[in-house]
Write a protein that binds this ligand. Sequence first.
Ligand SMILES: CC(C)(COP(=O)(O)OP(=O)(O)OC[C@H]1O[C@@H](n2cnc3c(N)ncnc32)[C@H](O)[C@@H]1OP(=O)(O)O)[C@@H](O)C(=O)NCCC(=O)NCCS
Length: 133
Amino acid sequence: MSVYRLPKTAPDLLYRLLEEREPHVNISHRGMPTWKNHVKFIAGHPYAAWYLIRSGRDYVGAIYLTALGEIGVGVLAQWRGRGFARAAILALMRKHPRNRFLANVNPGNAASIRLFRDMGFHIVQQTYELRST
Ligand SMILES: CC(C)(COP(=O)(O)OP(=O)(O)OC[C@H]1O[C@@H](n2cnc3c(N)ncnc32)[C@H](O)[C@@H]1OP(=O)(O)O)[C@@H](O)C(=O)NCCC(=O)NCCS
């Protein structure tokens, strides 16, 4: 179900996903946004497609696709290890076919690296960053 069509459920679940993220999985996200900024970010429609992942009546995670073909996926800790991320990625790629998909993954995020490698993705670049703040 598209995030943009669940104005109450989606912000709640997406905020919980952010709260559960450990530092070793983050790339651009540093620290929690305020609730107000979180809602504003969603309202800005930042991704080409953005869905909640549902199992039966439970929303268990979220997945997005950017205009550049980058996939981002997150599953709530209590629902991990049941194949939801893999199934969601396959469904997303089927629904939005394109020649090339990408996934930006923190090099310390072993679960994600294995997930994408197992699905046939291979590493094409390593991005280095220098921050002044
Ligand atoms: C990475 C993440 C999305 C995986 O979700 P999930 O639903 O548990 O993954 P799945 O059950 O579909 O697992 C599929 C494959 O991913 C890999 N994987 C998943 N969890 C793993 C773990 N803890 N350690 C190693 N490999 C793991 C395995 O290859 C697994 O295949 P297998 O079950 O046949 O071994 C989830 O751990 C998560 O939300 N992490 C925090 C957010 C994040 O890192 N997002 C990725 C940024 S793009």
